[in-house]
Design a protein around this ligand. Structure first.
Ligand code: G3H
Ligand code: 13P
Ligand code: ZN
Length: 316
């Protein structure tokens, strides 16, 4: 069942965070739905601009509609990840997405407000939720690269002003994370002080944490033992997910970790079976491994075993 992110956040706020997982193909979709059902967790499927272009936006839509039929108990939102204004309108008008992210965080404050407000007004007319972003994460996002020195934590007073002026439904805040597998050089911790200040100004308002992959060391070690060369990687400490949720983070974005699962499975498979060229056997292993990964993350986010209560509160 497709719901909006606002519906999910209403149930989660202050108690747990909903996992937001990026998908690009059918194998990821199968693993995601399987893992969500086995852990009895609601979730958010995120589709980036790159994912929409990878095969075709219609292909992903069809995959998700099929998964919804195969797993009738699933409760999830379909969300555009890091959208520009034009892509937001395309998703809003598609009749399929229940949530969009307008990411104008690289623009000056006033322009970010102006763009976000336009998108929010259009989305709300169709009952679609809007996530916006204020502050600047380090790392790589599609075609934009921000080095660590230029990353900017979200200013709590600006965040309050921004939400009032735009009417957006949730806000992605920069609190020390970055996209990709190389998040921290020294200190590995979120800026809980910033989260506390934002929550004090906007109690009850859903916050979003991007760049939340944990980049598990054992996963990277296995990739490297099978021919990979990933060095100096570091992710978010998984023990910080729930404390962040208690401070109002209702959506935790995880993409890189799923790519690591894919890479480990396929590197090991073809290393051990060099004569193999059927991609379905490793694909099947990936689906199972990704499902296990999703279930383990949902436990850490506190979203596991929330489905029955959520269904009740949705009146379904
Ligand atoms: O924030 C970026 C997400 O991890 C999506 O990555 O743009 O390569 O699909 P992508
Ligand atoms: P990671 O690169 O940490 O998985 O972050 C993904 C993300 O924020 C998608 O918007
Ligand atoms: Zn992101």
């Amino acid at each position: 069942m497709i719901v909006t992110t606002s519906q999910l956040f209403k149930h989660a706020y202050g108690k747990y965070a909903v996992g937001a997982y990026n998908i690009n193909n059918a194998e990821q979709a199968m693993g995601l739905f399987k893992g969500a059902i086995s852990s009895q967790a609601p979730f958010i499927i995120q589709i980036s601009k790159g994912a929409r272009k990878y095969t075709d936006k219609k292909m992903l839509e069809a995959v998700i509609r099929a998964a919804d039929e195969i797993f009738p108990d699933a409760i999830f939102a379909v969300h555009l990840d890091h959208g520009d204004e034009e892509t937001c309108y395309d998703c809003i008008n598609s009749g399929f997405y229940s949530s969009v992210m307008i990411d104008a965080s690289h623009d000056p404050f006033d322009k970010n407000v102006e763009i976000t407000k336009r998108v929010t007004d259009a989305a709300h007319k169709k009952g679609i939720s809007v996530e916006a972003e204020l502050g600047m994460l380090g790392g790589v996002e599609e075609d934009i690269k921000v080095d660590e020195g230029h990353a900017m934590l979200t200013d709590p007073a600006e965040a309050e002003d921004f939400v009032k002026k735009t009417g957006c439904d949730s806000l992605a805040c920069a609190i020390g994370t970055s996209h990709g597998a190389f998040k921290f050089k020294g200190r590995q911790s979120l800026h809980f002080d910033v989260l506390e200040k934002i929550k004090a100004r906007m109690p009850g308002f859903p916050l979003v944490m991007h760049g939340s992959s944990s980049v598990p060391k054992d996963e990277v070690d296995r990739i490297n033992a099978a021919g990979g060369t990933i060095k100096d990687s570091m992710g978010v400490d998984v023990n910080e997910y729930l404390p962040a949720a208690k401070l109002g983070v209702t959506k935790i974005n995880i993409d890189t970790d799923g790519r690591l699962v894919w890479t480990r499975v396929h590197r090991e498979f073809f290393r051990d079976k060099p004569g193999e060229f059927d991609f379905r056997p490793p694909g099947k292993i990936f689906i199972e491994e990704y499902a296990k990964f999703i279930a383990s993350r949902n436990v850490l986010l506190g979203s596991a075993n929330q489905l029955t209560d959520l269904r009740k509160s949705l009146g379904k």
